[in-house]
Ligand binder design. Structure first.
Ligand SMILES: [Zn+2]
Ligand SMILES: [Zn+2]
Length: 93
């Protein structure tokens, strides 16, 4: 299960997301489970380097309410709980 603050990426299209709100669903992209980016090693460094604190599209799952922020966007389709995740507009005040 995804935990808040964790980063997941798709091995096929390289899309990368950060978990904003936890849900019980499994994150899927390109029809494949997304991989958890570890907190140690090269991957973590890479994640920090490309992290954009000011933005990224937000997607939510209507089933488990999992919320993610896309930090590296691709054409891959994000899914959770067996259905497409919903893109939401975020207002930054
Ligand atoms: Zn879900
Ligand atoms: Zn993908």
């Amino acid at each position: 299960m995804a935990k808040k603050g964790q980063t997941y990426f798709c091995e096929i299209c390289k899309q990368k997301v950060v978990v904003e709100e936890e849900g019980f669903g499994v994150l899927v992209c390109c029809g494949k489970e997304m991989s958890l980016v570890g907190v140690k090693g090269m991957m973590a460094t890479w994640t920090t380097a490309v992290h954009k604190p000011d933005g990224g599209a937000i997607f939510v799952c209507n089933v488990c309410k999992q919320k993610i922020r896309v930090v590296v966007e691709s054409t891959g389709k994000l899914e959770c709980c067996g259905q497409k995740m919903q893109r939401v507009e975020e207002r930054i005040s």
